[in-house]
Design a protein around this ligand. Structure first.
Ligand code: FES
Length: 107
């Protein structure tokens, strides 16, 4: 447990491939995991515009493009970048523990 949430094992590092977002369900929440170089990121996986899964979208640098209407989010900040998305996506802290990635989800 941390100040703002609880750490959960999310995936083995080897499962999270560059340019291939990985959708996982952790404690009932849909989370998308990303690898950009040596860095890892986690966001909510359900687009804030409709119901599409961002893990089915295209990762371009640190921007994820929704597969349904091509709205984009910055995976580092969750900021909604391009129409039609207007509401930011949640971002979650991540940490590497051994060969696994952990994600801190709010209570
Ligand atoms: S559902 Fe993602 S942009 Fe519309």
């Amino acid at each position: 447990m941390s100040e703002n949430g609880t750490w959960h094992a999310a995936a083995a590092l080897s499962e999270i491939k560059e340019n291939e977002p990985l959708g996982v369900e952790i404690a009932g929440q849909h989370v998308a995991l990303y690898r950009v170089g040596e860095n890892f990121y986690a966001t909510g996986n359900i687009c804030t515009h409709a119901e599409a899964l961002l893990s089915d979208g295209m990762l371009d640098g640190c921007e994820i493009e929704c597969p349904l209407h091509m709205g984009r989010f910055d995976i580092r900040t969750g900021e909604a970048l391009t129409s039609p998305v207007e509401v930011d996506i949640a971002v979650y802290p991540v940490r590497v523990v051994g060969d696994r990635l952990e994600v801190c989800l709010p209570e």
